[in-house]
Design a protein. Structure first.
Length: 128
């Protein structure tokens, strides 16, 4: 009796929830052997398919590594280039602002400037 039997049961409609019929005993070793055979001995086509999928995934991951590394290197180079361009443009704008400021200071110091009427240049060649 205690020899490791498992039973497959059937559900009887009058039993309420689930009642198993213990009239069909199966040995646990027999059931485990069936599962083990089904899992450990796949057909040749299945083995070849699994090997192919494994190789494709492996080669895909290996091929992706240099692509990702190259992408990061290119991105860093573009960021450096954009940073240098921004610095060059800011120095040009700074130079132009300093030039405009110097010109405005020179005009403000001119003897022809008047705070109330603006600039009045002397008339030349008979023009007022």
């Amino acid at each position: 009796m205690g020899m490791g039997f498992a039973t497959l049961g059937s559900v009887s409609p009058d039993a309420g929830f689930f009642a198993f019929d213990h009239s069909q005993p199966l040995m646990a070793a027999q059931l485990a052997g069936t599962v083990k055979t089904a899992l450990s001995d796949p057909p040749l086509k299945t083995r070849i398919l699994l090997l192919t999928i494994t190789l494709l995934i492996s080669f895909g991951l290996l091929a992706e590594c240099p692509v990702v590394g190259s992408y990061h290197k290119r991105r860093a180079a573009v960021e450096r280039l954009l940073s240098e361009t921004a610095r060059a443009l800011s120095s040009v704008v700074d130079r132009q602002l300093n030039l405009s400021e110097a010109q405005l200071r020179a005009l403000a110091a001119s003897p022809y400037s008047n705070a109330t009427t603006g600039f009045r240049f002397p008339a030349k060649h008979g023009r007022p």
